[in-house]
Design a protein around this ligand. Structure first.
Ligand SMILES: Nc1nc2c(c(=O)[nH]1)N[C@H]1C(S)=C(S)[C@@H](COP(=O)(O)OP(=O)(O)OC[C@H]3O[C@@H](n4cnc5c(=O)[nH]c(N)nc54)[C@H](O)[C@@H]3O)O[C@H]1N2
Ligand SMILES: Nc1nc2c(c(=O)[nH]1)N[C@H]1C(S)=C(S)[C@@H](COP(=O)(O)OP(=O)(O)OC[C@H]3O[C@@H](n4cnc5c(=O)[nH]c(N)nc54)[C@H](O)[C@@H]3O)O[C@H]1N2
Ligand code: SF4
Ligand SMILES: [Mo]
Length: 699
């Protein structure tokens, strides 16, 4: 019997796990109590890592689409065919005719992170899409304009705060995002046990809200006005404290002027939260010695996502809780992605590039994924003719996924790297079968830069590759070499990892890959420290409270406040939710995660249900501008009146090869979300707040 230690790489929580096994026979998967970050915590998904390894429905050989369906081919043929096709299309239509889509699992995989950039460079394409623009782009835009670098992102110092206000996040289920913080329940209990308070603002009384001290309902997509009113209150009540950043903040006077008109009374009318409550909440946070406002998905994937994340930062700064214990802090990771692309001293770019068709902003070189379909459909120079999709499932994950699926018919070539035949990969001409979970070695380059404690940890692979599969990085390295007409250098992720560690902050303390291998539970580098002044990337070393793009976007907000929503049939607003036992679109095949009750239900308030004559268990019809779905209703007062909640990540149909337990009831929320609804400031999709109509099914 052997014991293997690693980090679960499914979500951002970075839980340490302990696997006991006899050869390939897994005896147990448990939380690793010696992991310095997760201290023994895991969720049910970690146990399913074995299911993904053994799953008979996994892709086990390269596939080529033929008139008779998919046929297994050799790796040589798959590489050859792919590179020939890409070069043929680029020669004919230009480099940008080949688009890339990078899905969420890339961020959770060291090999992908290290090898995907050279691959995209070799493709020379500016048509780059990813899950970032259906997720957290507003966080990057706020950091870029305020701090000078898009990946200098703050995280809440959960272990020391005494007041946690959560807007649009449900970490009890999601296990946290833009903060790697495993074991949320224990960390939240600790806040309460030291006399602290947790408040949740969400249109749904979520699992997190139930553990909090207070929950406030808010009308979807109105958070920006609440944030402005909180900032207004801090200013009016003379509570601004900048603390150690006092000499490093610019734009304070402009903030005071712009917040003037957004009174709590105005915010009450728009958000539904009482003016008195807004004031008392703000004053409580101002009075707390260590307080933090944390905003996530519910705020970043809505029409004013950019303004919301900007104002979240502004509030934390004015409240004296930025880069300070118990507030929003900045990790000091052993591998600092910023050190590889410093912006300091560089001239600010004059304007942000725009997408070809809808002229949406392209931050971080990313064209918004909500515009992928139109970039394929719309003829003219730069039209997309081929798609390279690495660990992504955009048919289920981008708004109006059905339009995208239809647009695929126009493409000359699709190649996917995936572990499954999915709603997206089933359209591919070539599929590369990749390894996952227990087959890969791992160092969490992305998420250790978002962890609420400074940690370094390396996990070797547990098992050899199963079947005729390759690591994504091997696939990417081979494609890169062939595209460049060079010989594959045969570099490994470990080689780059070791180099990066040697360039890092802790190299002087002897932090090498060898040392990490000697510490299979990870190395604790201590709690977060104030480090913003050293890490700031603005040319003048200041934190900018304002930037012209935000001021400009406030005009869009004011216009929307002045237009009363016209009466139409779509009178409900739909928001998304996550379920504990699934991760996005790809874990549904794990038997142990898919048994039990149907989780793909739409939550509807009892008052609305009564009006419509709908009862729990009944199937109802939801329609939006772009589509319609039939889904089981769940009547509950945990959702606000006028709001519906549908889970994301569902919708894989039985047509795919997968034996999906819950497939019968599974519908995709993105058959209803609207690709035309974006936060025009950041290009991020506005997945929340979509207008839908509800009706009973005919008997
Ligand atoms: N309406 C609505 N839409 C949403 C969201 C929402 O809340 N509401 N959430 C959004 C968010 S936050 C995200 S991150 C996106 C996610 O969107 P995507 O990244 O497109 O989807 P995922 O399901 O995360 O996984 C992508 C694919 O990777 C495959 N895969 C898993 N592991 C590996 C691997 O190691 N290698 C390879 N090659 N493939 C692998 C899976 O089988 C799956 O097909 O969805 C977004 N879409
Ligand atoms: N179990 C599980 N865990 C996951 C994932 C998963 O699919 N399953 N996905 C992972 C990924 S890729 C990500 S990005 C993270 C996301 O992690 P979180 O940011 O915690 O995402 P959600 O759980 O979707 O929570 C978003 C919350 O916003 C609320 N909301 C919606 N609209 C609004 C609004 O207008 N205003 C306010 N104030 N709230 C609103 C919703 O009701 C919901 O409670 O989770 C990760 N963890
Ligand atoms: S919370 Fe669950 S899925 Fe996320 S890292 Fe921990 S065990 Fe894995
Ligand atoms: Mo995400």
């Amino acid at each position: 019997m052997q014991t293997h230690y690693r980090t679960c790489n499914i979500c951002e929580a970075l839980c340490g796990i302990e696997i006991t096994h006899e050869g390939e026979n897994i005896l147990s998967i448990k939380g690793d109590p010696k992991d310095p970050l997760s201290r023994g915590h895991i969720c049910p998904k970690a146990v399913a890592l074995q299911d993904f390894y053994f799953d008979e429905d996994r892709l086990r050989s390269p596939l080529k689409k033929t008139a008779n369906g998919f046929e297994e081919i050799s790796w040589e043929e798959a590489f050859d065919f792919t590179v020939n096709k890409i070069q043929e299309i680029q020669n004919k239509h230009g480099d940008n005719a080949v688009a890339t889509f990078l899905g969420n699992p890339n961020a959770h995989n060291m090999g992908n992170l290290l090898f995907v950039r050279p691959f995209i460079k070799a493709l020379r394409t500016k048509s780059r899409f990813s899950a970032s623009t259906v997720d957290q782009m507003p966080h990057h835009v706020a950091s870029l304009h305020m701090l000078g670098h898009s990946i200098l992102n703050p995280v809440p110092d959960l272990d020391r705060t005494n007041y946690l206000l959560i807007m649009g996040g449900n970490p009890l289920v999601s296990n946290g995002s833009m903060m790697s913080a495993p074991d949320i329940p224990k960390r939240f209990r600790a806040i309460q046990e030291r006399g602290g308070k947790i408040v949740v603002i969400d249109p749904r009384r979520t699992e997190t809200a139930r553990k909090a001290d207070e929950h406030l309902f808010i009308k979807p997509e109105t958070d920006v006005v609440l944030l402005l009113a909180m900032i207004h209150t801090i200013i009016k009540e003379d509570k601004i404290r900048l603390n150690h950043l006092a000499d490093n903040v610019t734009g304070l006077e402009e903030i005071k002027t712009l917040a003037e008109k957004y009174t709590p009374e105005l915010a009450e009318k728009i958000t539904g939260i009482k003016a008195e409550k807004i004031k008392s909440l703000t004053l409580e946070m101002a009075a707390a010695d260590k307080a933090v406002l944390y905003s996530r998905m519910g705020l970043s994937t809505q029409t004013f996502g950019g303004l919301c994340i900007w104002l979240t930062n502004v509030f934390n700064i004015l409240n004296g809780n930025y880069d300070r214990e118990g507030g929003m802090m900045f990790p000091s990771p052993a591998i600092d992605p910023i050190s590889f692309s410093p912006k300091k001293g560089k001239p600010k770019y004059k304007s942000i590039p725009l997408s070809r068709v809808r002229k949406l902003p392209k931050y971080l070189g990313e064209t918004p994924s909500a515009s992928l379909a139109e970039e394929i459909e719309t003829e003219g120079e730069g039209q997309i003719k081929a798609l390279v999709c690495v660990a992504g499932n955009p048919v289920l994950s981008v708004p109006n996924g059905r339009r995208l699926e239809k647009a695929f018919e126009k493409l000359d070539f699709i190649v996917c790297s995936d572990i499954y035949l999915t709603e997206t990969s089933k359209h591919a001409d070539i599929i590369f079968p990749a390894t996952s979970g227990l087959e890969i070695s791992q160092y969490d380059i992305t998420f250790l830069n978002l962890a609420i404690r400074n940690i370094a940890k390396y996990s070797p692979a547990l098992f050899p590759k199963k079947g005729n599969v390759k690591h994504d990085w091997e696939i990417l390295a081979e494609l890169t070499a062939r595209l460049k007409g060079e010989k594959n250098q045969g570099h490994s992720p470990e080689m780059f990892l070791n180099m990066a560690l040697q360039m890092g902050k802790y190299a002087k303390d002897g932090l090498t890959l060898e040392k990490l291998k000697e510490h299979p539970h990870g190395i604790d580098l201590g709690p977060l420290t104030s480090c913003l002044k050293e890490r700031l990337q603005t040319d003048d070393d200041t934190v900018r409270l304002i930037h012209p793009v935000f001021l400009e976007d406030l005009k869009r907000l004011d216009e929307s406040l002045n237009t009363t929503a016209s009466e139409n049939d779509f009178s409900y607003q739909m928001i998304g939710r996550r379920v504990l036992r699934q991760h996005n679109t790809w874990t549904h095949n794990a038997h142990r995660l898919s048994k039990g009750r149907n989780e793909c239900t739409v939550l509807i308030n009892p008052t609305d249900a009564d009006r419509l004559g709908v009862t729990s268990g009944e199937y109802i019809l939801l329609k939006s501008r772009v589509g319609q779905i039939k889904v089981e209703a769940e009547v509950t007062d945990e959702i606000m009146e006028g709001v519906l909640s549908l889970p994301q990540g569902f919708g894989a149909s039985k047509k795919s090869k997968m034996k999906i337990a819950a497939a019968q009831n599974s519908v995709s929320i993105n058959d209803l979300t609207d690709d035309l609804r974006v936060d025009s400031l950041t290009g991020n999709a506005a997945l929340n707040g979509v207008y839908v109509s509800v009706s009973k099914m005919a008997d």
